[in-house]
Design a protein around this ligand. Structure first.
Ligand SMILES: Cc1ncc(C[n+]2csc(CCOP(=O)(O)OP(=O)(O)O)c2C)c(N)n1
Ligand SMILES: [Mg+2]
Length: 887
């Protein structure tokens, strides 16, 4: 009896009334009545606990479960073979070399969750249906290869080369489109990235649909996640967006095997309950699949609620432990806490108790959950499925803390697994761990093929190309190529002009996807609000505060701009969806993600790495870049390293342009390479907010702009000055300091300085290293000369580079500079002040460039050291000040 209950008979009356409504009028009516009652209670001042969780049982009552039309017996057998082959792959790889690794326990816990999907829910791309998109849990990969093997999509030879990719033909450890471009679509193995990508993919599909670019109705996005993985910020960061935008094309399946790598996910609690509250609170439809069908009769008998109470009492640590033991243990420790419960199972053997299954291992329960999920309208759905980690591994790992990393299985464990899943492999062959595929005309294979055909074919296909876009001529950007005369503007402004031009282009215009994380005004992009509208499926149901203004804040159900709010990871995920649309949707989209460069790689670095893997094509525009160019914002905002960070991504082509025409040439070439040639690259381009006049494109400089450097000006040398010539290199806004330094050197010291605009030290380095490698491997042949060396070889004198980034950025080309090379950069923490002060502070201003040039000449013996001291004096440089790199 409940001690809080003052009047049990009154309670009984209410409960009876509820029961009778349920019977006579159904659950909807009861829910309505309860809602009314709760409203009355709250208005009367009652504190009604806000409960987001339901009891620890299945969400779908047995009577409402939709039954699978599949042949359960055949499906079970096929699933068993997939289990075996997945295990065999990992065992083989580790017999080949224990260095190779792999996972058995994860897929073992998830096999049913995927199998029901493959057989009945995931539609593969076909002539009649563009198909669903599935974000697979990365380290379940062996299971997908095993499935694809039975489908005939992969050969046994390939399975034997799991994690042996170098000589070709092997299978990737995890889903990596870069390595298996015809098989995998999405990189998910870095925990959390699958979840956030799936959400923004579902949202992007609605965007494509609402803008009339593609019919995506009826298509689903499935995201499979681990329960441990749900602790990643990216896993849950966007769940409220998914509900807010009513993404009913999205289904998450969280495999709640209660364990992560080291041990239990929530040993002292219940991960399913916690996630239920979280997702329901965010506005999701939650379907819990806790218990399998073998529990149904027991739960039906549980009229007093004792079993349910016990189920709620036991914590995940207990549940894990039960499954690492046996039926006798379950009887003693689970049912044994209450004589009535023991009574309830008195006629069941220990084997019967052991057979009491979890929802996620019961194809009926899983089917019912998926069937409800795909029909649900107006909300995204999460299926929380309870499973056992290492299911079927028995003494070799089932529900054990060590199971995640179990990769080897001794003969007795292999035999036990074979017996449990009835794999037709004889004892004398077991040690070879042979892969098993039933004969082509067997009922299993016929069934499997039939199901695959019904679902549209294999899900493991990725498209490499889409119809190319026609890129306009470079002359489309004439307004920037011709210079701005005396008019001053920033490269950010020039970028906005480029964007406007592209948006007006008939073919490219509709494909452009401008993405901002609440930073449009920072970049002067607010004009786009009204011009192209901000995408909002709800349209605009209010009069915007600035309605009377030219650039008012316009939300529109068909808006083209994606205003993501303050989530760089979310905005980046949208960018990924757009940048892979050529592959996932057969539609070349042209995303421009413009963001605060300092809140770029530092924030979304792992997604950027995955973007390379996924062969993304699009533009990342790092705004307000440069450690001394963003003057007042200080230490956390001033970006001095994004170019170094982005240079680590092989597929990322990056530039730090100074002039509007450079930007136009770079973006134009990017469009050509990505959308006409369909190269698997993406662009990172920095843009600045400093205003200055932009000259016209120097004739013939396009090649150098794209390769990474070109000669901007050459100094006239008077008789006798030629021996003192220097080469000055600059990028971004600091190029302007370099230009000024050249003038000082000439006027103050009679030193002729040639000036180079270096649009990309990163591109120059890559090309240089490529030459170096080729030369090493081709001894005795005419050596290749790097672009940097070739360019500088035509000129004479030491070389001095200055940029708004850390010295490592310009230092990248040291090996290719055929002369003394001195690098200036902005190493150290930024701080607030004017640009002039900051450049002085970081020693990248014109005076320091000039001093560095004189010093180089002195070291080369071309001028006396006293001249350097003279310059230090003349420019008022404090030689004893602390090093800004660590002050
Ligand atoms: C960002 C990130 N951190 C760590 C890992 C290493 N890792 C791989 S699997 C795993 C445990 C996963 O547990 P869970 O999400 O519960 O998946 P399960 O295998 O139990 O299904 C960890 C820590 C990773 N892949 N990604
Ligand atoms: Mg887990």
């Amino acid at each position: 009896m409940d001690s809080n209950d003052r009047d049990p008979s009154e309670t009984r009356e209410w409960l009876d009334a509820a029961e009778s409504v349920l019977k006579a009028e159904g659950p909807k009516r009861l829910a309505y009545l309860l809602d009314q009652v709760l409203g009355t209670a709250r208005r009367g001042g009652a504190v009604v606990p806000a409960r987001l969780t339901t009891s620890y049982e299945n969400t779908i009552p047995v009577a409402q479960e939709e039954r699978s039309p599949g042949d359960q017996e055949l499906e079970h057998r096929i699933r068993s073979y997939v289990r075996w082959n997945a295990l065999a792959m990992v065992v083989h790889a580790n017999r080949h070399s224990s260095e190779l690794g792999g996972h058995i326990a994860t897929f073992a816990s998830a096999a049913t969750l995927y199998d029901v999907g493959f057989n009945h829910f995931f539609r593969a791309p076909s002539a009649t249906n563009p198909g669903d998109l599935v974000y697979f849990q990365g380290h379940s990969a062996p299971g997908f290869y095993a499935h694809a093997f039975l489908e005939g999509r992969l050969s046994e030879e390939q399975l034997r080369k799991f994690r042996q990719e170098v000589d070709g033909g092997g299978l990737s450890s995890y889903p990596h489109p870069w390595l298996m471009p015809d098989f995998w679509q999405f990189s998910t193995v870095s925990m959390g990235l699958g979840a956030i990508q799936a959400i923004y993919q579902a949202r992007f599909m609605k965007y494509l649909h609402d803008r009339g670019l593609l019919d995506t109705s009826g298509r689903k996005v499935w995201g499979f996640l681990g329960d441990g993985e749900m602790d990643e910020p990216e896993s849950i960061a966007a769940i409220s967006l998914a509900a807010r935008e009513a993404l009913d094309n999205l289904i998450f399946v969280v495999n709640c095997n209660l364990q992560r790598l080291d041990g239990p996910v929530r040993g002292n609690g219940k991960i399913i309950q916690e996630l239920e509250g979280l997702f329901r609170g965010a506005g999701w439809n939650v379907i819990k699949v806790v218990w399998g069908s073998y529990w149904d009769p027991l739960l039906a008998k549980d009229t007093k609620g004792l079993l349910l109470k016990r189920m709620e009492e036991a914590v995940d640590g207990d549940y894990q432990n039960y499954k690492s033991h046996d039926g006798a243990y379950v009887r003693k420790h689970f049912f044994g806490t209450d004589p009535e419960l023991l009574d309830m199972v008195a006629d069941m053997s220990d084997e019967d108790l052991w057979r009491l299954n979890r929802g996620g291992h019961d194809p009926h329960k899983v089917y019912a959950a998926y069937a409800a999920a795909v029909k649900h309208v107006g909300q995204p759905t999460v299926v929380l499925a309870k499973t056992v980690k290492g299911y079927g591994m028995g003494a070799a790992g089932e529900a054990q803390n060590i199971t995640h990393q179990q990769k080897k299985m001794a003969e007795p464990a292999l035999k036990a697994f074979r017996d449990r899943f009835k794999i037709p492999i004889p004892d004398d062959a077991i040690d070879e761990v042979p892969f098993y595929k039933p004969p082509e005309d067997s009922p299993e294979m016929r069934y499997l093929k039939g199901r695959a055909a019904a679902m549209g074919g294999s899900l493991f296909v990725r498209r490499r190309e889409a119809a190319p876009l026609k890129v306009p001529d470079l002359s489309a950007f004439d307004n920037l190529l011709n210079g701005t005369d005396d008019r001053e503007m920033s490269t950010t402004m020039a970028y906005v002009r480029i964007l406007s031009t592209l948006l007006r282009d008939k073919e490219i215009g509709p494909r452009v996807v401008p993405i901002v994380p609440d930073e449009a005004r920072t970049f002067g992009m607010e004009g786009l609000f009204r011009q192209i509208g901000i995408y909002s499926p709800a349209g605009q149901q209010y009069a915007p505060q600035d309605a009377g203004q030219l650039t008012y804040y316009r939300e529109d159900a068909q808006g083209q701009m994606l205003q993501e709010g303050i989530t760089e990871a979310g905005a980046f995920s949208t960018w990924i969806a757009a940048a892979t649309a050529y592959s996932t949707h057969g539609l070349n989209m042209v995303p421009f993600y413009s963001y605060y460069s300092m809140f770029g790689f530092h924030r979304f670095g792992d997604l950027a790495w995955a973007a390379g893997d996924m062969c993304c094509r699009g533009f990342l525009m790092g705004g307000t870049a440069g450690r001394t160019t963003l003057a007042g914002e200080g230490l956390q905002h001033q970006d001095g390293d994004s170019h170094v960070l982005m240079s680590t991504i092989p597929a990322c082509v990056s530039y730090d342009p100074t002039f509007a025409y450079e930007l136009a040439v770079i973006i134009h070439d990017g469009l050509r390479r990505m959308y006409q040639q369909q190269e698997n690259i993406f662009y990172y381009v920095t843009m600045m907010n400093e205003n200055y006049a932009h000259p016209a494109l120097p004739r013939g400089s396009e090649e150098g702009i794209l390769a990474g450097m070109y000669l901007l000006s050459q100094a006239e040398a008077a008789a006798g000055e030629q021996a003192r010539r220097v080469q000055l290199l600059g990028s971004g806004t600091i190029l302007r300091e370099v230009i000024a330094a050249a003038k000082l050197l000439q006027s103050d010291f009679g030193v002729p300085a040639d000036v180079w605009s270096v649009t990309s030290f990163t591109q120059l380095r890559r090309q240089g290293l490529d030459c170096e490698r080729w030369n090493r491997l081709h001894p005795g042949q005419q050596p290749r000369v790097s672009y940097a060396a070739k360019s500088l070889a035509q000129r004479s004198g030491p070389v001095i580079a200055a940029t708004d980034y850390v010295k490592a950025y310009a230092d990248q080309i040291r090996a290719f500079v055929p002369a003394r090379y001195i690098v200036l950069g902005t190493d150290g923490f930024g701080r607030s002040d004017t640009r002039r002060q900051l450049r002085k502070f970081f020693e990248v201003d014109r005076h320091h460039v000039a001093v560095a040039a004189l010093d180089a000449l002195a070291q080369d013996g071309r001028i006396p050291a006293a001249t350097v001291a003279d310059a230090i004096n003349r420019y008022g440089i404090d030689a004893e000040r602390p090093n800004p790199a660590w002050s």
